[in-house]
Design a protein around this ligand. Sequence first.
Ligand code: BG6
Length: 466
Amino acid sequence: MSNTKHKAFPEHFLWGGSTSAYQVEGAWNEGGKGPSVQDVKQLPEGTSDFKVAADHYHHYQEDVALMAEMGFKSYRFSIAWTRIVPDGDGAINEEGIQFYQNLIDELLKHQIEPVVTVYHFDLPAALEEKGGWDNRETIDAFVRYCDILFDRFGDKVKYWQTINEQNMMILSGAAIGTGSDSMQKTYQQNHHMLVAQAKAMKHCHDKLAEAKIGPAPNISITYPKTNKPEDIQAAQCFNALRNWLYLDMAVYGRYNHQAWAILEANDALPTFEPGDEEVLKAGKADFIAFNYYTSGTVEAYPVGEATTDEKTADQQKGQGIPGFFRQVPHGDLEKTEFGWEIDPIGLRITANEIYSRYALPLMITENGLGGRDTFTEDGKVHDDYRIHYLREHIEQMQLAISDGVELFGYHPWSAIDLISTHEGFRKRYGFIYVNRSDFDLKDLSRIRKDSFYWYKDVIASNGENL
Ligand code: BG6
């Protein structure tokens, strides 16, 4: 039990919710949009595709009205690169620009601050065909795309995030539909994304004096399985590779030394082109947005020993590098019905750790519970398990603030039901239920879940009524 003196949430705390374009919008081939890697990827059998999703593209006004009813102060969403530049690096699609102008105007009409992620797992398929992030030309395409966003939306959008969960794209490409089979290639792609991000942050600052920009990785503290020094060292290594590599780069413009050593030992060092070092140094984050669902646990992984952990294409499980670490179940934590461990205190620990290392303001851009919600006969969705999860995380967030962490926003995943990265529509996260199943689109109507009313009260009381 914590003895910390509770501090209230700051007066202008950004209470909101989060989504991403390809998981919520649908209209995958409408309005001049080009296909993204998510539209063309092979999905696991029995999983719905992203073509209709929550059909937010056609329902955005209704959806924003519901967010306003909940009292959202901010809404974190992503822009689909393929709506703005359908083939990634060619002509601008004015219809796509117009869609986001309309969405942003609708938000502002309701005094909801737009928080924009530039790129959330949905690289244009046309760029992937040209090598994707293996190809350095993708860096230029990304920076040009960002420039278009800054030019067109910069007068209305203050908060920008570069790349959603770059670390998960690199570590768990199989779950997300990104990455490569070779570790060296994967970390070369990573390097190109880091260069692209640094350039985009610099361009943002050059163009928009008032804007704030930062990365949006998934940051979770990793625990050692025991207090044996070998396990503690393993946890330090996984934290370096999973978490600090991305934040050291976004804040200090350099590779984390331990992460670098792990890459070196695995013949996976990225090649620098002349000028990369200066570019990386010049890109500076103004704040850190991070996604947190759960913590992780690792143990030492002696070379030559077979792994005991399940091999899985799930972004929260199954990581291991012989000689460094292997991920194992925590053992004492409860799990969601989709097998993700639940660790609210881990959020406080993570927030404190980030703030101690980087001393920048923090914003939580994802946190939530995926479950198979049931639309009951009384016309409701009784998602008390979600309320319980969010309440416990908000309590820990408040404790982190009381510890002195500068935390200025919270955006649970997800504002509204949408399609999971690899578990289809059956794994729901929203405050708003969308009436469809994996393969039956039904009427796509919107239904307020119990968590909707609960969160509305949380926001109205600025976090007092949990
Ligand atoms: C994060 C992503 O990894 O977690 C989201 O940024 C994703 O896109 C969310 O949906 C939850 O993961 P999942 O696999 O349950 O959809």
